[in-house]
Design a protein. Structure first.
Length: 209
């Protein structure tokens, strides 16, 4: 395990370093447009929350994909990333909060789509049910995750540290732990095609009540 609360690493200089590696570039946004066009094809979405949005590249891609017609909501625990995020989203409809997934500051069913991209992998297994329950709670229609995949849960050293990266079948986890969801699509994002993204599996769920 990590020597301290893993979330504190992401809030501190460790998370700052990640933000420095994730600087804005228009080609990254355009990669995101193509990725989300493929995943969300045919869905009617008017509002979206990204949990763990860093500087907002995915949200900027969604804004471009939907021609500025959706509300953009974001949660980001790292202060440096949050400041860049709010600057990048300035003037766009929506709101951002400097917090984490454990207690999302939104009402039940507040957004059409709630999603993560490379975030669940950094949540310790003992917190995963509670955190994903919050994501499901604030979604009105859809839940999406793009994460690393493993057939069996596994911890992977991350930049020389333990307790910071965990792989599993996140799609199966959502279905097993949150029965109000049903799978409507899934797939694979290939880094060879979209250089901004790692090789990620994705799962899209629809929420029932």
């Amino acid at each position: 395990m990590a020597d301290t609360d893993p979330l504190e690493f992401w809030k501190d200089s460790f998370g700052d370093a990640y933000t420095n590696r994730n600087e804005y570039a228009d080609w990254k946004v355009e990669d995101g447009v193509q990725v989300f066009r493929r995943i969300l094809a045919g869905l009617k979405i008017e509002s979206v929350l990204e949990v763990g949005s860093n500087i907002g590249i995915n949200l900027l891609a969604l804004d471009r994909l939907f021609h500025g017609q959706i509300g953009l909501y974001a949660v980001e625990p790292n202060r440096k990333a949050f400041n860049l995020l709010t600057a990048n989203l300035q003037g766009k409809p929506g709101r951002a909060w400097n917090c984490d997934a454990s207690n999302l500051p939104l009402a039940d069913a507040a957004v059409d789509l709630a999603f993560t991209c490379g975030v669940l992998i950094h949540i310790p297994p003992e917190r995963l049910v509670a955190n994903t329950a919050e994501i499901v709670r604030v979604s009105k229609k859809y839940v999406l995750c793009l994460e690393y995949f493993s057939h069996t849960p596994a911890e992977i050293p991350y930049r020389g540290r333990k307790g910071l990266l965990f792989k599993r079948d996140f799609g199966g986890f959502y279905l097993d732990q949150h029965p109000q969801l049903r799978s409507i699509n899934y797939g694979f994002i290939w880094q060879r095609e979209f250089k901004y993204y790692d090789n990620l599996n994705w799962w899209l769920f629809e929420k029932s009540y």
